[in-house]
Design a protein. Structure first.
Ligand code: PLP
Length: 226
């Protein structure tokens, strides 16, 4: 097993290679290191190697880790299922929430962010895989959610998030990611500031880069299997 520093370096250089190959700018692609289930010491190691963005999928685990690691420039990303009644626990710490797909979640984030005098950046999760258990709204529901968030002062919707089906069929993965990219493209007409496309994990991030990802959520390739 290579060190975290080496795994990070390998991931970054493969992201760079893919970006070049597909004519994208590496500076437009943010690597979110998914540290779920991994101990704080491993996050520290990644931070010391220069990594700043970390993703967690459980709300209390994010709260616990953010409390333990108080680097001023660390950025916490919530990428897993949101329980509305627990948003208050992450509101003081979280910078990005990728998994929002209901108006009442937006309302609660707005309320808790305001209480903490913070702005929280949000991505709307879209179901691009036809698998119910992955959550997310339909592409056709995005405009209503954007309109709902528009007047909010402590929530800024920055883009969309999606997960492809877990499959070896590359064409199917391309199709899913293209659907997310097209959904962003159509909504940009009315909301030109939307830009983030959070898509791509350890097994499919190269395809995601080809389809225009700006945020990659990579866990096992950096921290090892879970
Ligand atoms: C766990 C997880 C990832 C990272 O998965 P890896 O296969 O370990 O890279 C990305 N996105 C979400 C939503 C996850 O839950």
């Amino acid at each position: 097993m290579p060190s975290i520093k080496d795994s990070l370096k390998n991931s970054l250089s493969s992201i760079d290679d893919a970006a070049r190959l597909f004519g994208k700018n590496t500076d437009d692609i943010c690597l979110v290191a998914v540290s779920k289930t991994k101990p704080v010491d491993m996050i520290k190691e990644a931070y010391e190697a220069g990594q700043r963005h970390f993703g967690e999928n459980r709300m209390l685990e994010l709260q616990e880790k953010a409390t333990a690691l108080t680097y001023p420039d660390i950025q916490w990303h919530m990428i897993g299922t949101l329980q509305t009644n627990k948003i208050k626990y992450i509101a003081p710490y979280v910078h990005w929430i990728h998994s929002v797909y209901k108006a009442k979640q937006l309302d609660e984030i707005e309320k808790r962010a305001a209480q903490n005098n913070r702005i929280i950046q949000v991505l709307l999760q879209v179901n691009i895989s036809d698998e119910d258990q992955k959550g997310g709204c339909l592409p056709t529901q995005v405009p209503d959610l954007l309109a709902h968030a528009e007047p909010m002062e402590h929530v800024v919707v920055r883009g969309l998030m999606g997960m492809a089906k877990f499959t070896d069929n590359k064409e199917e993965i391309h199709t899913s990611f293209r659907l997310l990219a097209n959904t962003l493209f159509h909504n940009k007409v009315q909301y030109p500031k939307l830009r983030e496309l959070s898509m791509g994990m350890s097994n499919d991030y190269i395809i995601a880069i080809e389809e225009g990802a700006t945020m990659l959520r990579i866990g096992s390739a950096i921290f090892g299997g879970r």
